[in-house]
Ligand binder design. Structure first.
Ligand code: NAD
Length: 272
């Protein structure tokens, strides 16, 4: 066998180290969730997509992931505000090995103006859904001796910004839930960690940039540069592929002792 062949085999073996694993990624019809789903599929995992959007568009995404990476890719429209639908997506997926709690929404306003229904929705989707999905997935993981629970928290799980009361509260809670989950699964082949991204240019953030541009009479591009510069010392948006790569690493054997912690991927935001 030539050196090139050995390298190819080695690369494929390490790249495809999640083959036959089943992964659920909540909120994966766009943005970070979709990026993470693609990275897990590239590493060989069968993936369950979830989230809202145009049915034909979602079907195109599902088909393309299955074809491009040669994995099973299914879709569930489970609403992360509904515990019974969360139970159904977890139970319907089979033996879940990897659970990525990613679904999330945002609303930006002062506390005195913050609509209570927006508070409730953010707490339900960004926080409580991670409890419900973990509750239904974790027993099987412990029984089988392997599991990875990855909560997509945020820099806002560690520090605050004005006008984001519900989001900051929910993300801090997710970091807390991560620690409890890690303690309850320690020594059983299961880990739980929180990834805390800074700004990623997804629909969730584009809506905030558009709002700021409207309020300040500026352009989208001006506001985009200002927004990232306010928080990121490196002045760059984080790419979804970076979060996907970190997720794949956390799913591997080399990350078996990383549990109960948060990993920032924020261009230096929370180092300040
Ligand atoms: P996004 O708007 O692109 O994606 C959100 C996903 O959640 C979509 O698939 C959407 O359909 C889904 N979703 C929304 N409500 C849902 C519900 N009730 N049930 C099921 N799915 C639902 O946004 P994103 O930026 O990719 O956000 C993904 C996660 O990353 C969120 O938890 C967000 O808080 C977190 N995050 C984002 C950033 C950022 O800068 N974009 C930074 C840190 C953390």
């Amino acid at each position: 066998m030539r050196r090139g062949d050995i390298l190819t085999i080695y690369t494929e073996a390490t790249m495809r180290n999640l083959k036959n694993k089943i992964a659920i990624i909540t909120g994966s019809t766009s943005g970070i969730g979709l990026g993470v789903a693609r990275s897990l599929a590239e590493a060989g995992a069968d993936v369950v997509l979830n989230g809202f959007g145009d049915a034909a568009e979602i079907e195109k995404i599902r088909e393309s992931i299955a074809k491009e990476f040669g994995v099973k890719c299914t879709y569930s429209n489970a609403d992360m505000t509904k515990p019974d639908e969360i139970k159904a997506i977890v139970e319907g997926a089979g033996a879940v090995d990897i659970l990525v709690n990613n679904a999330g929404i945002q609303h930006v306003d002062l506390i005195e103006n913050f609509p209570p229904e927006k508070w409730d929705a953010i707490i339900a989707i960004n926080q409580s859904s991670a409890f419900h999905s973990t509750k239904y997935a974790v027993a099987g993981m412990k029984k089988r001796g392997y599991g990875r629970i990855i909560n997509i928290a945020s820099a806002h799980g560690l520090v605050a910004s004005a006008q984001k009361s519900a989001y900051v509260a929910a993300k801090h809670a997710v970091v807390g839930l991560t620690k409890v989950t890690a303690l309850e699964t320690a020594g059983q082949g299961v880990t739980c960690n929180a990834i805390c991204p800074g700004w990623v240019l997804t629909d969730l953030v584009k809506a905030q940039i558009e709002k700021r541009a409207k309020e300040n009479g500026t352009s989208f591009d001006e506001e985009k540069i200002k927004l990232v510069g306010e928080k990121h010392p490196d002045k760059e948006f984080v790419q979804v592929e970076e979060i996907g790569a970190l997720t794949v690493f956390l799913c591997g054997d080399m990350a078996k002792s990383i549990t109960g912690t948060h990993i920032s991927i924020d261009g230096g935001w929370t180092a300040q």
